[in-house]
Write a protein that binds this ligand. Structure first.
Ligand SMILES: [Zn+2]
Length: 164
């Protein structure tokens, strides 16, 4: 039983966020995010300074870029209904603005993909918080019905929003 519990815990924990796998300082070669003093951040000046002596820097993809590469979303937002098709551009702009805003707070929060389906739009995110914020932003601006469902078998938040 213990082993099952342990597996369960591991799934609910974000396996990409284990900081012990990153040395200080680390630069993500994909997005230039820097890991330093247990934090991830962008800093153009510090990046240039670090790149002067690459022997002192570790290069490893950040958790966000690895999730995107492995296709490991922590949030899935489904926007469903005729209203979505009729107001697609406006909704997409809102989603992009909200994602940019959240990325300033947490640079590891990214939109992984935006897909158009027969029912509307599906957005995958690298964090649950971003998925939740996208759902709330759409709900606030466009009303409709909003629902959250947390997977109990892995760390994944599903957000459903619909308006006919
Ligand atoms: Zn990165």
């Amino acid at each position: 039983m213990k082993r099952i519990d342990k597996l369960y815990d591991m799934k609910l924990h974000d396996p990409y966020m284990d900081k012990s796998q990153y040395k200080d300082p680390t630069i993500c070669p994909s997005c230039k995010l820097i890991y330093h003093n247990k934090r991830w951040f962008w800093d153009e000046d510090y990046y240039k300074e670090l790149m002067k002596d690459k022997s002192k820097v570790n290069f490893k993809k950040c958790p966000a870029c690895r999730k995107i590469e492995d296709h490991y979303p922590l949030g899935i937002v489904e926007l469903v209904g005729d209203y979505v098709k009729e107001n697609k551009q406006e909704i997409l702009n809102l989603i992009k603005n909200e994602a940019e805003y959240e990325m300033k707070r947490n640079p590891l929060a990214r939109i992984m993909s935006i897909k158009e389906t027969d029912d509307g739009l599906v957005i995958e995110t690298t964090t649950e918080t971003l998925a939740k914020k996208l759902g709330k932003a759409v709900h606030k601006a466009h009303q409709g019905e909003l629902e959250f469902s947390f997977s109990d078998s892995q760390k994944l938040l599903r957000v459903y929003w619909s308006r006919e």
